[in-house]
Design a protein around this ligand. Structure first.
Ligand SMILES: Nc1ncnc2c1ncn2[C@@H]1O[C@H](COP(=O)(O)OP(=O)(O)OP(=O)(O)O)[C@@H](O)[C@H]1O
Ligand SMILES: [Mg+2]
Length: 289
């Protein structure tokens, strides 16, 4: 497993691989790796000749009052997890390598980046789009792998790739969950024991919303969102940031449920903000009837 820190070295390696007609798969991460990340890695290993995992805690996607400094960093532990997966290369640039003195370019993804998570995290998705664009130019993958857990991010990246003609296939992988339904997330490490016990309320609320649509046939989105919020707040440590039911392509809020929809939520458990979502498909209703 090659460990690469310089942009120039990564580009040289990728150029050589492309000249040998090798397919490159990229898995962008911020490290503190868990089974969710490893699911993306395995998929890339299956589908490409050469898999690159990038580890970069991207300062430009954190707001001034967010947890950039506290964000978990464990490069050695990460490499120990990647090496048995037979990852070909790990790209770990420093912040100065990615954003040298005087760096000022950024991608503005537009309105899609200001709704849902973007409303409470201004600038976040522009930071994500900018770093992903850089990673694509550095690693030159044919495919890049993202998790459904970050549903809005997958829509943002899809738009970035289409509108700026990156020619990278975006592969969205299912959310990996713990046995109690909690989506794996590096930020779960912030939770105290008590908060960890409270955190599965996110998935419970999503499944409840799904059930109201699929089994109870409720089509009034406002009602479903209210019922979900009530359920979330039965958990004393939980405070809903948003509960939204949106279209898959544009993330537009719906009033009347017409499937498919995505139910997207962000909930604070103590001080830790967690997100999760599920997609409800038309087929699920047909199967019940
Ligand atoms: N539980 C999961 N299942 C599938 N993919 C995941 C999961 N968690 C994260 N990913 C994906 O891994 C990639 C890297 O994400 P990242 O390194 O930010 O991890 P994270 O767990 O989302 O951390 P945090 O929640 O702190 O942002 C993203 O594409 C993300 O969607
Ligand atoms: Mg993340």
């Amino acid at each position: 497993m090659q460990i690469i820190t310089a942009i120039e070295d990564m580009q040289a390696l990728s150029s050589r691989l492309l000249s040998e007609k090798k397919n490159i798969g990229l898995v962008p991460t911020m490290g503190a790796l868990h089974e969710g990340h490893l699911g993306l890695v395995r998929r890339s290993k299956d589908e490409n000749d050469f898999t690159v995992v990038s580890i970069f805690v991207n300062p430009s996607q954190f707001g001034p009052n967010e947890d950039f400094n506290e964000y978990p960093r464990d490069t050695e532990g990460d490499l120990d997890k990647l090496s048995p997966c037979k990852v070909d290369a790990v790209f770990i640039p420093g912040a100065d390598e990615m954003y040298p003195e005087g760096f000022s370019t950024s991608i503005n993804i537009g309105n899609i980046g200001t709704i849902l998570c973007g409303a409470s995290r201004p600038g976040h998705f522009n930071g994500v789009a900018t770093v992903v664009a850089k990673l694509f130019n550095i690693v030159m993958p044919g495919r890049a792998y993202f998790g459904q857990k970050d549903f809005q991010q997958t829509v943002v990246i899809g738009k970035l790739v289409r509108e700026l003609d990156f020619g990278v296939d975006i592969v969205v992988c299912p959310t990996v969950r713990g046995p109690d339904g909690l989506a794996m997330s590096s930020r779960n490490g912030y939770l105290s024991d008590e908060e960890r016990k409270a955190a599965p309320i996110l998935y419970k609320a999503l499944k409840f919303g799904e059930e109201l649509i699929v089994s109870n046939g409720i089509v009034n989105a406002v009602l479903i969102k209210e019922e979900m919020r009530k359920l979330i707040h039965t958990e004393p440590l939980a405070a809903a940031d948003y509960v939204e039911i949106v279209t898959l392509g544009r993330l537009e809020g719906v009033e009347k449920i017409e499937l498919p929809v995505a139910i997207c939520i962000a909930v604070k458990i103590g001080k830790t903000r967690l997100i999760d979502n599920i997609v409800v498909e038309k087929k699920q209703v047909e199967d019940v009837r």
